[in-house]
Every structure is written in C-alpha cells, then in structure tokens.
Design a protein around this ligand. Structure first.
Ligand code: LP5
Ligand code: MN
Length: 275
C-alpha cells in the first residue's frame, strides 16, 4: 500500500453510498437538496466535500455521461461542478460500483480523484465530528489537535468475503478494464445489470459477518497510516465502532428514500469547528 502525503483540510463534509440511479429520481432529488443545503447554501460552507464511493449504482465508463443530457448522471455533474465553482474542493474515492469513474468524470465535474486509502488531516480547535443525519449526533472535543483521518470505501477491508476479493482483483486489473471499456456502451450496461443481479444472488447466500469489515484489517490500516480514525462506507451499517488503542472507525450511512421521496436513511459526517 503506497503512502501518499496527507491532505490538509480545515473542514470537510463526507458522504458515501448514495447509489444514484436513473430509476430513482426521488433519491436524486433528496440527495441534491441535501448536498446544496450543506455546501453552497450553508451559512458556513465546508472547505471540502469528500465522497467515499458508490455515489452511483453502476458506472460503466465516463462515456456513460454522453448517454442522456438530462439524466441523473448529468444532473450530478451539474451539482458537483457548481459546488466546485462556489470554492469548495471536491474529492472522490472509488467504490465497488463506480470504480470506473475516471478522468472524463473528473474533467466534467472538477472533482479530484483520490486513491484508496487516503489520509486527510484536520486541524481542530474547538472541534468536532457531527453527523448531519442518519447516525446519532455526536460531538467530541480534541482541542488544538491535528486529527489524521484515514478514508476508504471499505470493500477492500472485507477480507473474509473471498469470492468478492477475487472478483475485485479481476475487475481492478488495468488490462481487464481496458478490454471492458473497449466494448460498446450498451453491452457494458447490460453486463453491469447482469453482475448486479448475480451479486444479489451471491449476497443472499453469504453470512452477514463475512460481508463486514475485518476488525484486524481496519486496525492494521489505521496503524500503518498513523491515523486516529478511519471513515468508510460500503457495509451500510452506519455508526461508530471502537478500534484498539482508543481509536475508532465511522461507517457512513447508505441512502434510501420512501415511496413519497422522504429520506429514510442518508446524510453524512461533518468535520468542522463548531461554536
Ligand atoms: O454492491 P453490493 O453491496 O451489492 O455488493 C458488493 C459485492 N458485489 C459487487 C458487484 C457489483 O454489485 C456489480 C455491479 C458493478 C457495477 C459497475 C460495473 C462496471 C464494470 C463491470 C465490471 C464487471 O461488487 C458483493 C459483496 C458485497 O458488496 C458485500 O461486501 O459480497 O460481492 C459479490 O457479490 C461478488 C461475488 O461474490 C462474485 C461475483 C461473481 C460474478 C461472476 C459473474 C461473471 C460475469 C463476468 C462478466 C464480465
Ligand atoms: Mn460499496
């Protein structure tokens, strides 16, 4: 695992696992409203917006953007571009659904692509981590401390899920990806749909425990990166979990709306100095 330099950030809004898709315009609407409220329209906008993967349900290549000009994907690009233009730095780290997001998406949105894992450093004065929604509200004090936060999507840490890890190894191989991206868009969309269905079948036969983070892997990662805390998504088990040496890991919530478009689960984690 390569150690890239930590990114210094004053305040950050972190979100993941929104799973935006064309069939759920209500989900997109709720997410975009939340995003605006906590970025452009906020009284104190964060310095950075950090998205920890699975922003979309499936990404088969950046030419997916050329598909439909008014699609959810296109609206997403508009929102991300506007946030960047408002002076908020935007970061994206790949999930297992959108690992093919590439330079085309970055150019269309102004987002900076991060490697998994990445460390950010936040200088806390009066403090805090606070959930905007979804997980129970929590404030903590760490006066004058630089908090080193390891960021990951989390799928790599689910090492007991060996069938997934072999699948992951295959689809993260650059040669495999080049061959996949050379296929026509319609064929790639069809393959993704097939894989989604296959994944649901596979998951129904897996024990919940093996689809969770391996505690020792999380602890090793945090120690290796000299981090104080780990933030990830993927498992859809939002909360704050203890790690050895009084460290912890935060799991960001996935997003869901009910049939009326009301948000059932979602939100993110906000690091900033609260008065
Ligand atoms: O995402 P989630 O939570 O539902 O499940 C994941 C793991 N599944 C996946 C697969 C994705 O859902 C597939 C969709 C990808 C969309 C983007 C596609 C773009 C490129 C296409 C790449 C081929 O990630 C699931 C984990 C679970 O998280 C919990 O961690 O268990 O893992 C699986 O289910 C994987 C299976 O165990 C193995 C899959 C074998 C599939 C074999 C089909 C081969 C067909 C190849 C066609 C090219
Ligand atoms: Mn995931």
């Amino acid at each position: 695992m390569a150690n890239t330099p930590a990114i210094p950030i004053r305040s950050a809004l972190l979100v993941s696992d929104v799973h935006l898709n064309q069939d759920q315009p209500q989900l997109a609407k709720a997410f975009f409203a939340w995003l605006n409220q906590h970025t452009i329209a906020a009284a104190q906008p964060p310095q950075a917006l950090v998205i920890l993967g699975d922003l979309v349900d499936a990404w088969v290549g950046d030419d997916q953007l050329a598909n439909q000009p008014s699609s959810v994907d296109a609206q997403l690009c508009d929102h991300l571009r506007a946030i960047k233009q408002a002076g908020i730095t935007t970061y994206f780290l790949h999930g297992n659904r959108d690992f093919l997001i590439g330079d085309g998406f970055a150019a269309a949105t102004g987002i900076t692509l991060l490697t998994d894992p990445t460390v950010i450093e936040i200088q806390l004065t009066t403090t805090t981590a606070q959930t905007t929604q979804g997980i129970s509200r929590s404030k903590e004090s760490a006066q004058g401390k630089v908090l080193r936060i390891a960021l990951s999507h989390g799928d790599q840490l689910c090492t007991q899920d060996t069938t997934y890890q072999s699948f992951r190894k295959q689809v993260r191989d650059p040669q495999w990806q080049a061959a996949f991206l050379a296929k026509p868009l319609a064929e790639r969309l069809q393959i993704a749909q097939h894989l989604r269905a296959q994944s649901e079948i596979e998951k129904s036969g897996k024990a919940m425990k093996i689809m969770d983070i391996t505690q020792a892997e999380a602890e090793q990662l945090v120690a290796h990166l000299h981090a104080d805390t780990l933030i990830h998504g993927h498992t859809h088990r939002p909360g704050r979990y203890p790690l050895q040496d009084s460290k912890d890991r935060w799991v960001l919530p996935d997003w869901e709306v009910d049939t009326t478009g009301e948000l059932i689960r979602g939100g993110g984690l906000y690091y900033r100095d609260w008065e």
